[in-house]
Design a binder for this molecule. Structure first.
Ligand SMILES: [Zn+2]
Length: 316
């Protein structure tokens, strides 16, 4: 279980769990289809010297084991996240001086002599390939890292900010503007019409031709319900009846919280906006197009729809 905490508690037993990132990609070890957290300085036999160098401000791999003699890996950021299973949990951002030293990581370990199986992967691509709790905390790590990196300077006056010692924030010593990690709420909705669900193909996903439920970001001053109605009207020209809360899911790509709803169709014919949505239609449970992967709240909504129509064919 993970508990948020901005401040490192007094030393406790057990090695810390560390999420190593390069840019927005997490360092993992691939074992078949599954991914595990990896330590760039652990011996290649994986026998577990872990995290001994984390916390230093600059570490050279050659100086801390020499496994990557040609590589220069630096710690540029090291942030405490909280406690994971009663052990401290941190996120560490790495930077490499020599891109070539990353080749074994990029290729999933098949290249290079270390045979490490190390790889840098976007956490979105780890959905379903990593322990759920660990992946969730990887999302926390990614968001906290992104926030810290993006608020080094005050957005109002440009002064260098200072990290708080009592809470997760960065403040400007000149004008006192304080920046907290930002969460951007977005709604996602399954629009239902009898035994059919509205699914749309987004222009951004041209390559995959996946159809999904509609989604959109909440505008300033807007309630979630207003957002649901507006987005559905804007994107497919459908007016909604009753809206019901379904579930929520952190979506750290980079900083969203998805709030899922189901909604009843009220009136209108589908007319796509042509900008965001390329194609949309009503689908029954037996004739679904390509849909999003497991691990997404969109998929949960669609699975719920299929199940509800299979069980008793009733409305939600
Ligand atoms: Zn300022």
């Amino acid at each position: 279980m993970f508990r948020h905490a901005p401040i490192q508690p007094p030393p406790v037993g057990g090695a810390p769990t560390i999420f190593y990132f390069v840019d927005n990609r997490l360092l993992v070890r691939l074992v078949g289809e599954n991914a595990e957290l990896a330590d760039p300085w652990a011996p290649s036999n994986g026998s577990g010297v872990s995290g001994s160098t984390a916390g230093s401000t600059a570490t050279d791999s050659a100086a801390s084991g020499g496994r990557r003699g040609s590589g220069r890996i630096k710690v540029v950021r090291d942030l405490f996240l909280g406690m994971l299973d009663d052990k401290p949990c941190r996120v560490v951002e790495l930077r490499v001086a020599d891109e070539k030293s990353f080749e074994p990581w990029r290729s999933g370990g098949s290249a290079g002599t270390d045979g490490s199986g190390l790889s840098l992967m976007g956490i979105r691509s780890l959905l379903g390939r990593m322990d759920d709790e660990l992946l969730k905390v990887a999302g926390v790590a990614s968001q906290v890292l992104d926030w810290d990196r993006n608020h080094q300077f005050c957005g109002r006056c440009g002064t260098q900010t200072v990290r708080s010692e009592t809470e997760r924030s960065r403040s400007c010593p000149s004008c006192s503007l304080t920046a907290y990690p930002r969460i951007s709420p977005a709604m996602i909705v399954a629009v239902l019409k009898g035994d059919k669900i509205l699914l749309a193909h987004n222009r951004r996903h041209r390559a995959s031709h996946v159809f999904s439920v509609l989604a959109g970001f909440v505008e300033p001053g807007e309630s979630l319900e207003e957002c649901v109605r507006r987005e559905v009207m804007e994107e497919v020209s459908i007016k909604l009846g009753e809206i019901r809360y379904f579930a929520s899911q952190p979506w750290p790509f980079p900083d969203s919280l998805m709030i899922a709803f189901t909604a009843e169709y009220e009136s209108g014919d589908i007319s796509v906006d042509g900008k965001e949505i390329a194609e949309a239609d009503w689908f029954d449970k037996d004739h679904l197009p390509g849909i999003p992967p497991h691990g997404t709240v969109a998929r949960r909504l669609i699975d719920w729809f299929v199940q509800s129509r299979s069980a008793h064919g009733a409305s939600p």
